[in-house]
Write a protein that binds this ligand. Structure first.
Ligand SMILES: C[S@@+](CC[C@H](N)C(=O)[O-])C[C@H]1O[C@@H](n2cnc3c(N)ncnc32)[C@H](O)[C@@H]1O
Length: 252
């Protein structure tokens, strides 16, 4: 099954679906990942929000007024933000996690993180595992660009405007090697968003990372065609990009 064949199945061709659950709560498809992000901020009301890869700050503008924002990007294009508590660290995520006081900058552990930096899977994987060092049991990590559209836009080299790169491999790896985490892909436009929960927090034993090198080597050459052969929906645990799906992810 390719991605095209289950997108319509997820949310219907109109892209919007209204339905009522038993409790009367309305469900709806997020039109894009921005709508999912906005809803994440509304529902979670994070005190400490970390964003890797901020570009022009479109996603930063969705953050609520009571949240402390730290954004990381080597070439940020944000000069101002209509928010009272934000800081941008102009560096790569690798440098940020190696040389900066993450908890000091945020004012506490990470409540919500949005990983949207370099779209090469080993870097995105390192970003998620680095965030984990500052996570607590209710931390939610959103990982962008995990549901590839086709071979060209999911190549490791960028040649198109929409570019997911091979970030999908992070989901495949975490699902294979980190069964303690809950990793689900929401089918939101344009290229999906993984919701990762189940972190142990600082008191927990440091997670085993002995699989990382082997896993990265194993997946390095994998292609979009390989993903299709493995089954996109099963490999990436794809669910409809709806408010109900998201609520199920964060209520676990
Ligand atoms: C897709 S854009 C982010 C878009 C933004 N999150 C949004 O939704 O509006 C990706 C950003 O990642 C940044 N980036 C590239 N390499 C990075 C790295 N190693 N660490 C952190 N950010 C990186 C780029 O400069 C770019 O601005």
């Amino acid at each position: 099954m390719t991605r095209d064949s289950f997108v319509a199945e997820s949310c219907g061709e109109a892209g919007q679906k209204a339905s009522l659950s038993g409790g009367g709560l309305s469900d709806f498809c997020y039109p894009t990942y921005f709508d999912l992000l906005a809803d994440a901020h509304r529902r979670l009301e994070p005190r400490h929000y970390l964003e890797i890869g901020i570009n022009e700050g479109h996603s930063l503008r969705l953050v609520g007024p009571d949240t402390r924002i730290v954004g990381v990007d080597p070439t940020p294009q944000v000069s101002d933000l209509n928010h009272s508590n934000w800081e941008i660290v102009p560096t790569t995520s690798e440098d940020f996690f190696r040389h900066h006081d993450v908890v000091g900058l945020l004012g506490g552990l990470v409540d919500l993180a949005f990983v949207d930096g370099l779209h090469q899977f080993e870097v995105a994987l390192a970003d998620v595992l680095s965030v984990e060092r500052y996570a607590h049991a209710r931390t939610v990590v959103l990982l962008h660009d995990v549901l590839p559209i086709d071979a060209v836009t999911s190549d490791r080299k960028r040649t198109t405007a929409i570019w997911s790169g091979d970030v999908w491999k992070v989901v495949a790896l975490l699902r294979r090697y980190r069964p303690d985490l809950a990793v689900t892909t929401l089918d939101v436009e344009p290229t999906g968003m993984a919701v990762i929960t189940g972190f142990g927090g600082l008191e927990a034993t440091a997670p085993d990372q002995s699989w990382v090198q082997t896993g990265v080597e194993h997946f390095l050459a994998a292609t979009y065609e390989d993903l299709c052969a493995m089954g996109i929906k099963e490999t990436l645990s794809v669910v409809p990009g709806t408010a109900r799906s998201f609520a199920e992810c964060i209520d676990r």
